[in-house]
Design a binder for this molecule. Structure first.
Ligand SMILES: Cc1cc2nc3c(=O)[nH]c(=O)nc-3n(C[C@H](O)[C@H](O)[C@H](O)COP(=O)(O)OP(=O)(O)OC[C@H]3O[C@@H](n4cnc5c(N)ncnc54)[C@H](O)[C@@H]3O)c2cc1C
Length: 205
């Protein structure tokens, strides 16, 4: 479904259809009107693969487990107060198309994206904002493929640096990846610049 088709579908929806979609998606309340909210959800659905429905990995305030899931993202309890602006939606991506849909649709609908990989953020960068935002959780995307011949590795953002060390050690006793000492730090936040230590080498040595 294209963006234009998304818009077309929205225009054709009557009140009954909107009610049904609200139920299907555990409707959320972040936009100025319900048609805009529904358009965002339809956009997400239209840009993810039908074989991996994104509705199965969405958490909204209407989910019974929403509060506990949200609190698990707030690593620094200083930000877990009633005064802290809250997000509108959590996407726990399990497929590449979920990330793509999150980026395309958030941009289209003017929402910020906060990405979490290893959940080591104590500064609130990935779970606090004054503007409406979605959390894109990369935790489930954590595959690691090490090619010792080529001395390289492909790592998904949700993998921890400890898992990377482990997979390299499985293949070689002489190669290492210099990252950090805290093995639960995520590759996503670490590689994108959050690390404390200057990474001396980016390829396996
Ligand atoms: C207890 C603790 C121990 C640490 N130990 C070490 C250490 O030993 N060595 C070291 O070098 N550093 C260390 N750090 C710093 C750590 O590398 C950074 O905090 C890093 O950003 C954590 O990444 P994360 O994926 O675990 O965290 P997250 O909470 O997932 O993300 C941290 C930041 O990176 C952004 N981000 C996450 N994933 C992505 C992505 N895929 N694309 C773009 N942006 C993304 C988030 O939005 C957020 O701003 C430590 C931090 C803590 C709190």
């Amino acid at each position: 479904m294209s963006l234009e088709q998304d818009d077309q579908v929205i225009r054709l929806l009557d009140n009954k259809s909107i009610k049904k979609h609200k139920k299907d998606y555990n409707f959320i309340h972040f936009a100025s009107d319900s048609v805009h909210e529904l358009a965002f959800l339809q956009c997400l659905s239209g840009h993810s693969q039908p074989s991996h429905p994104i509705s199965a990995v969405l958490y909204t305030p209407d989910n019974s487990s929403y509060s506990s899931v949200l609190e698990s993202y707030i690593r620094n309890l200083r930000f877990n107060t009633p005064a802290t602006p809250k997000l509108c939606l959590i996407i726990t991506a399990t497929h590449e198309s979920h990330k793509q849909a999150a980026v395309i649709c958030s941009k289209k609908h003017g929402l910020e994206i906060k990405i979490q990989s290893g959940d080591h953020d104590y500064e609130g960068m990935s779970y606090v904002s004054d503007a409406p935002f979605v959390i894109l959780d990369m935790f489930n995307l954590r595959s690691i493929s090490v090619d010792i011949e080529d001395e390289s590795a492909w790592v998904q953002a949700g993998a921890t640096i400890g898992e990377i060390y482990y997979r390299i050690a499985e293949k070689s006793k002489t190669h290492v990846f210099p990252s950090g000492t805290f093995v639960t730090v995520g590759a996503g936040g670490h590689f994108s610049g959050g690390r404390k230590e200057k990474m001396k080498q980016v390829d396996l040595q």
